[in-house]
Write a protein that binds this ligand. Structure first.
Ligand code: ADP
Ligand code: MG
Length: 209
């Protein structure tokens, strides 16, 4: 993974967030407080704004800086969670030599573990983890099977979509929606949706290149 790729991905993510304003805002208005789009937009903008600072860093250091920046710019529950993802992913990349799908899959898994620990949530609680955990598991599996890049990207797009859709039928046990009980059923979790959108946009960027 190169720092130039990380910057491309950040811009792609920013465009995707902006293009999905209505979706993200209405999902968080339905089962949260309506600020998820604003939070994600602010975070994406902050990363694009420090492009020149990031460009001179190693990919590991760039991911760490992205995490720190998100921590100081995104409010709400999602800020510290996404921040810990990027910081832990950067740290995990640093501790392994070479360049392989498995190395990146392991680093992604370390990022997801950091979210699990920080938010004390797990699969099935109607959060972003309902996308991130299955995607991480599928990424590890496909990398272990030596699947090629295109197969991995397509697999992760599909897994993210299924995870996002599955949140519709769940009751929330973490985050703001936890107070809604059965009333949260029928609504997709906003954090799961934004994670699915981000994963899909990065995978599509790779598929196009
Ligand atoms: P807030 O909930 O503070 O308004 P956001 O609206 O930006 O912050 O983010 C809400 C999203 O954060 C939820 O849709 C959910 O996916 C995610 N989330 C909330 N709490 C947790 C948690 N403990 N673990 C994982 N994700 C969480
Ligand atoms: Mg919110």
């Amino acid at each position: 993974m190169k720092t130039t790729f990380i910057m491309h991905a950040a811009k792609e993510i920013q465009q995707t967030i902006l293009a999905n304003e209505n979706t993200l805002e209405s999902l968080d208005r339905a089962i949260g407080d309506g600020d998820h789009y604003i939070n994600m937009k602010r975070g994406a903008q902050a990363i694009v704004d420090i492009e020149t600072e990031l460009a001179v860093l190693s990919p590991e250091a760039a991911l760490n800086k992205i995490g720190l920046k998100l921590l100081s710019t995104i409010g709400g529950a999602s800020g510290p969670l996404l921040a810990s993802f990027f910081m832990s992913m950067g740290k995990a990349l640093q501790s392994h030599e070479g360049e392989s799908h498995l190395k990146i899959a392991n680093a992604f898994a370390a990022g997801v573990q950091a979210i699990i620990q920080r938010g004390k949530a797990n699969l099935g609680e109607k959060t972003m983890l309902d996308v991130l955990i299955p995607v991480s598991n599928q990424f590890l599996l496909l990398a272990q099977q030596n699947s090629d890049t295109a197969l991995i990207c397509k697999g992760l797009i599909e897994t993210a979509e299924l995870g996002m859709l599955a949140t519709q039928d769940l009751i929330a046990t973490k985050g703001r929606a936890a107070g809604l009980g059965e009333r949260a059923i029928g609504h997709i979790d906003p954090g799961a949706k934004s994670c699915q959108l981000m994963i899909t946009s990065v995978c599509n960027l790779i598929l196009k290149s």
